[in-house]
Design a protein around this ligand. Structure first.
Ligand code: AKG
Ligand code: FE2
Length: 379
C-alpha cells in the first residue's frame, strides 16, 4: 500500500528563545568549571529543539555569576550559542540560518490581525467546544466528541471568522517573506508549503491552546502516551492544491498528540487515511482491516490523534486546502519511553504480540493440565 513509514522531524526550532541580542551584553562570557549548586536553574522543557531541556538546566549552573539572574530567554540564547559550537557543521548552519530567519521576521513582519496572537476563546472557538472544555468534566468533553475509529476523535472546534483571519494572516506572512526576497522555512521535513506559526509570534497563543484546551482532552483520551503531561509543541500550517503540495505520504508525527484542524478554503480531496498506532519497532508492520480509516476534512472541524497513529493525506485534486497542525509533546513520556520495551497499551502490534503470548501460555497450561489428568503424573 503506502510504502515505508517516514518519521517526520521539523526543522530545528529555537523560536521561543528570544531575539538573539542577549549575548552581546556580557562582559565576562566564560562558563564556570564548577557549577553553582546554590543556584536554582529554570525549567526549559517547554522549548523544542535538538538539545534536551535537562542539558540547559544543568548548564545554567555553570553560567558566569552575573548572568544567573538574567531573563530565561537571555540565558537560553547564550547557552544555545555555546552548545551550537559543539554541533556538527550541518546542524550549526541550520541553527545559524534559523537565527537569521527569525531576525528577518522580527524586522519585517507586521501582523495583519493582531487579535490572533493572544488567546481569546470566545472569538476563536465554537460555543460548544468552549463550553465542553471549560466545564472540564469527562462527560462534557465526551459530549462533543465523535470517535469514528479507535483513538481518533473529531469535533467541531473553530469559528469560521477565526479560520478566515488565520488564512489571511498566513497569506500576509507569505507575501511579507516573499517581498524580502527569501523563502518561508518548510513546516517540517515532508510538507513543502505552509509556515511554522511559532516563528511568527504565535508561540504564546499556541501554548495556551495546548495547555488550556487540548491538555484537558488529552488527559481523558491519551494518558498512555503522555497526554497528562504535554509540555511543548510545534505549531504550523500546511497548504495543498495547485502550485503547492498535492498529497502527503504515509508517516507518523513527531508528537505524542496531534491536533489537525481544517481552516478552509474550498477543495476537493485531501482525505486523511489512518492505519493504526505503532511504536518505533513496529512502525512498518502490517495493518489489520479494523485499523483502516479515512477521514474527510471539513473547515472548522478538528481531528485529534496520537502522533504515532500512522497516517497520510490523499491528493487535494482541486481548490486550496489549509490546515492548522499542533504537534503536542511530552518530555516526561519521551524520557520514560527510553526504558520501556512493551507498548501494548497503545501500539497495535505490541498488543497483538502480547495477546499471542497469552494465547500460547494458556494453550501450554491447558496441555499440561490435560497430560497431568490423562497420565496421572506430575509433569
Ligand atoms: O494534510 C493533512 O491534513 C495532514 C497533515 C499532517 O499529517 C501533518 O502535517 O503531520
Ligand atoms: Fe501528520
Amino acid at each position: 500500500m503506502d510504502g515505508a513509514i517516514e518519521r517526520r522531524e521539523e526543522l530545528i526550532v529555537v523560536a521561543s528563545a528570544g531575539n538573539g541580542t542577549a549575548s552581546s551584553r556580557f562582559v565576562d562570557r566564560r562558563l564556570r568549571i564548577s557549577p553553582n549548586m546554590e543556584h536554582r536553574p529554570e525549567r526549559y522543557d517547554d522549548l523544542t529543539g535538538e538539545v534536551e531541556a535537562a542539558v540547559f538546566s544543568s548548564l545554567e549552573r555553570h553560567l558566569p555569576p552575573t548572568m544567573l539572574d538574567f531573563p530565561r530567554d537571555a540565558k537560553f540564547q547564550y547557552m544555545m550559542e555555546v552548545l551550537s559550537r559543539y554541533l556538527p557543521e550541518g546542524e550549526r548552519t541550520k541553527v545559524q540560518k534559523h537565527k537569521e530567519y527569525r531576525k528577518l521576521i522580527i524586522k519585517e513582519y507586521k501582523p495583519l490581525h493582531r487579535e490572533l496572537f493572544s488567546m481569546n476563546p470566545a472569538a476563536f472557538f465554537l460555543p460548544s467546544f468552549f463550553k465542553a472544555v471549560s466545564d472540564n468534566t469527562e462527560e462534557s468533553i465526551r459530549s462533543i466528541m465523535s470517535e469514528p475509529s479507535p483513538g481518533i476523535y473529531t469535533f467541531p472546534m473553530l469559528q469560521p471568522s477565526f479560520c478566515q483571519m488565520l488564512i489571511e494572516e498566513v497569506e500576509h506572512i507569505e507575501n511579507t517573506i516573499r517581498s524580502c526576497g527569501t523563502k518561508i522555512m518548510k513546516p517540517n521535513t515532508m510538507n513543502k508549503y505552509g509556515a511554522v506559526l511559532d516563528d511568527f509570534g504565535f508561540d504564546a497563543m499556541l501554548t495556551k491552546l495546548m495547555e488550556d484546551f487540548l491538555s484537558p482532552i488529552s488527559k481523558v483520551y491519551y494518558p498512555d502516551v503522555g497526554g497528562t503531561a504535554l509540555d511543548s509543541h510545534h505549531g504550523f500550517v500546511v497548504e495543498y492544491g495547485n502550485n503547492r503540495d498535492l498529497d502527503l505520504g504515509f508517516h507518523v508525527d513527531d508528537s505524542e498528540v496531534t491536533l489537525n484542524v481544517c481552516l478552509g478554503k474550498q477543495f476537493i480531496g485531501g482525505e486523511l487515511f489512518f492505519r493504526g498506532v505503532r511504536c518505533d519497532k513496529h512502525v512498518n508492520s502490517d495493518t489489520s482491516p479494523e485499523e483502516i480509516f479515512d477521514y474527510n476534512h471539513v473547515p472548522g472541524q478538528a481531528v485529534l490523534h496520537r502522533g504515532r497513529h500512522r497516517h497520510g493525506a490523499r491528493a487535494t485534486t482541486a481548490g486550496h486546502r489549509i490546515n492548522l497542525l499542533l504537534w503536542c509533546r511530552s518530555s516526561t513520556f519521551r524520557e520514560l519511553k527510553k526504558y520501556q520495551k512493551d507498548f501494548s497499551s497503545w501500539c497495535g502490534e505490541c498488543q497483538r504480540e502480547k495477546i499471542e503470548r497469552q494465547r500460547q501460555s494458556i494453550a501450554a497450561t491447558k496441555m499440561q493440565t490435560f497430560l497431568r489428568s490423562s497420565t496421572g503424573s506430575v509433569i
